[in-house]
Design a protein around this ligand. Structure first.
Ligand code: KG4
Ligand code: ZN
Length: 393
């Protein structure tokens, strides 16, 4: 099965062409083409992601990225380009009318290269920034009509779960997970604990009541004068403080540490950092020490709640995913603690490059959900849904 996957939920435009050999979840995947364009430098100036700017950027980069992916995959000039009927052209123009120039770009691409052989299109339709999601969704619907391919709408968070168990370095397969599994998803928009009793089944057992972890990292970074997205730089500063064994700069709370549920809260911690900084002139060492104090507090709660979830549900597997799962300290603390307290449990963190948003993860989810694919003429039921939940209930 040849899968074209499209991801535009936030500030990364990403497309891939991936071949699934075999059935989910035991297939082997071959990445024929993969392209990703990050808008971070554009959003940096504003200190965060602006949905309307994200949408505009997705619309101008999506056709060049499609071309790059197909080019990487090999010869993509079809032998014969059927003429497009006027009704079809009109439909495509209507679908893409909100993105200036996009219909022209796509139709020109088609005229030059012809119909592409793709079995299924997997597109993220939520959660994420709705205007940004719509670009991917409508683009998927347009190529579905143009090249007669069914479309499957994908939950971005399921993509993160599958990305974390995908061995992109060695066997190109998904890990054969033993259930029940607990999944901890930590990204810029989400912080949630999921119970998975089987493939594709997600029960939300805990979530943040306010900020997501990545969001807290980014906000703390901003207070320290580090530009968006500051998560990785805060983590770097924290590592320096550990290396230098700097004394604590502030005593910070680990919010919700003792609550009996699996929920999180990070806004109090963020405010405590703000108070610790207020009216102070911070030396570079002070910044490092405070970054470490913040990261330690975050790690303590994430670890405690995850362990509690593992124990409550007798989990055999832990899957950690989302942008923040790239964090070295969090991974190190999880690995060390799990080895000691749950030596029989298998824990998965994403391989490098698979933690932050990408389209490979959307292709994996597309394969998992291929039975839900919608025929090209019926794709108007696919809507972008900024709040799409991963939970089945
Ligand atoms: O999953 P992702 O790419 O996008 C969302 O779906 O949100 O996650 C991005 C988030 C940002 O908040 C970024 O600051 C954070 O992940 N992040 C990190 C690290 N790398 C990325 N936070 C802490 N430590 C890191 N090493
Ligand atoms: Zn994400």
């Amino acid at each position: 099965m040849i899968i074209l996957s499209i991801e535009t939920s936030c500030d990364e435009t990403a497309l891939s062409l991936i071949e699934a050999k075999g059935d989910f979840p035991t297939a082997t995947y071959e990445i024929h083409g993969n392209a990703l364009w990050s808008q971070i430098d554009i959003h940096k100036e504003y200190g965060g992601v602006f949905p309307m700017i994200a949408k505009r950027e997705h619309a101008v980069t999506i056709v060049p990225l499609l071309e790059k992916v197909l080019d990487e995959a090999g010869d993509y000039d079809a032998e014969y380009t059927p003429a497009i009927l006027p009704e079809l052209e009109e439909k495509i123009r209507k679908l893409l009318e909100r993105e200036p120039g996009l219909a022209d770009q796509l139709l020109t691409f088609h005229a030059e290269h012809g119909m592409q052989t793709i079995d299924i299109i997997a597109v993220t339709n939520g959660p994420g920034l709705e205007p940004a999601l719509w670009v991917g969704v409508n683009f998927a619907r347009a190529i579905a009509l143009l090249w007669d391919v069914p479309v499957v709408p994908i939950n971005h968070m399921e993509g993160h779960v599958l990305a974390s168990i995908y061995d992109v370095e060695e066997d190109d397969q998904l890990a054969q997970v033993a259930f029940p599994a607990i999944s901890l998803l930590i990204s810029g928009g989400h912080t949630e604990l999921l119970l998975m009793k089987d493939w594709g089944q997600y029960e939300k057992i805990g979530q943040t009541r306010d900020d997501a972890v990545g969001e807290a990292y980014d906000k703390v970074a901003r207070m320290m004068g580090i530009s968006y997205p500051g998560g990785p730089e805060v983590a770097k500063q924290a590592e320096q403080a550990r290396k230098k064994k700097l004394p604590p700069y502030a005593t910070l709370p680990s919010p919700m540490l003792h609550s009996k549920d699996f929920d999180f809260s990070f806004s109090g911690l963020k405010t405590a950092v703000r108070y610790a900084i207020a009216d102070q002139t911070l030396s570079p060492d002070d910044i490092s020490a405070l970054a470490r104090d913040f990261e330690d507090a975050v790690t303590t709660v994430l670890l405690k709640k995850t362990l509690a979830a593992i124990e409550a549900h007798d989990a055999k597997t832990l899957i950690v995913g989302g942008g923040v799962s790239a964090n070295t300290h969090i991974k190190r603390m999880f690995d060390a603690t799990l080895l000691l307290e749950h030596p029989d449990l298998t824990a998965y963190f994403p391989k490098p490059g698979m933690s932050t948003d990408n389209s490979i993860m959307i292709a994996l989810a597309g394969h998992a959900r291929s039975a839900n694919a919608i025929l090209p003429t019926g794709t108007d039921v696919i809507r972008a849904n900024g709040n799409r939940s991963i939970a089945n209930n």
